[in-house]
Design a protein around this ligand. Sequence first.
Ligand SMILES: NC(=O)c1ccc[n+]([C@@H]2O[C@H](COP(=O)([O-])OP(=O)(O)OC[C@H]3O[C@@H](n4cnc5c(N)ncnc54)[C@H](OP(=O)(O)O)[C@@H]3O)[C@@H](O)[C@H]2O)c1
Length: 265
Amino acid sequence: MFFSWWKVITEDELVDLHGKVAIVTGGNTGIGHATIEFLAQKGARVYMGSRNQGRAQKAIEEIEAKLQKSGNDNQASIHWLQLDLLDPRSVKEAATKFIAKEKRLDILVNNACHYSVGPYKLNQDGLLDVMVVNHISPFVLTETLLSLLRQTATLEDSDVRIVNVSSTAHTQVTTESFIGKENLNKQFGDSLSGYIATCGHSKLANILHIKQLQTRLNAQSTPITCLALHPGTVMTKGASGFLNSVPFLARCNDFGLCCCRKGSS
Ligand SMILES: NC(=O)c1ccc[n+]([C@@H]2O[C@H](COP(=O)([O-])OP(=O)(O)OC[C@H]3O[C@@H](n4cnc5c(N)ncnc54)[C@H](OP(=O)(O)O)[C@@H]3O)[C@@H](O)[C@H]2O)c1
């Protein structure tokens, strides 16, 4: 699955999602934004996991207006789910509130990321920001929501999916262990390649978690599909900011990057 990015699914191939509930983190921009548009267009009730209410509401209004204009609004139902991935406690709280509010969760897309070339910083718990945002908080979100995802998987006609939007940056590192703060905070140098490797380290953790989760669910015969993917090279705010911060890469903004709808498909 991870290396099948050349197979682009068109919106016509997406199944009807009326009655389904989805969460997409980081949907106020980029690939997450386009993913929410797709899911809402197909009739799902979608929660945008985002840290800033103003940015979330603006993005929700944009998507609703776009779907209405194209005649595809399908009674789009998009809501803000407040969470800051830099703080795993806020993620746990958001997931707990969600479980109290919703009776099902069919699709969880861990999409949001810490998009920067570094230098990376420690958060309030002394953990590296890029590891917290890209792996620890998505881990907390997924594991807290797992009871509801499992429950949904027992319903008739369910097809529950957990998707980690990852990156081929994970191929830049090898690591022996993720156990303990020292290993989680491991950095690979103060250079562009070092920053990409440090980010890739967090993406590797993210992929290993989803693989291990699939193994665990299979062993319990729980019909949930866990996926990790690389979306391609997509023109987003994050990708553009990253390229602009590296002089010799800035020109790449002018060519070669695909649009968010293609990336999200
Ligand atoms: N674009 C590419 O070419 C490319 C390539 C490989 C992999 N990917 C992966 O694709 C995914 C989406 O990337 P993108 O290019 O769409 O990025 P993007 O445009 O920069 O969007 C990132 C999203 O993450 C959110 N986010 C960042 N920190 C957060 C936090 N602490 N709490 C909650 N939300 C937070 C941002 O919200 P704010 O507005 O609040 O910052 C934003 O909505 C990422 O996992 C990335 O690694 C992208």
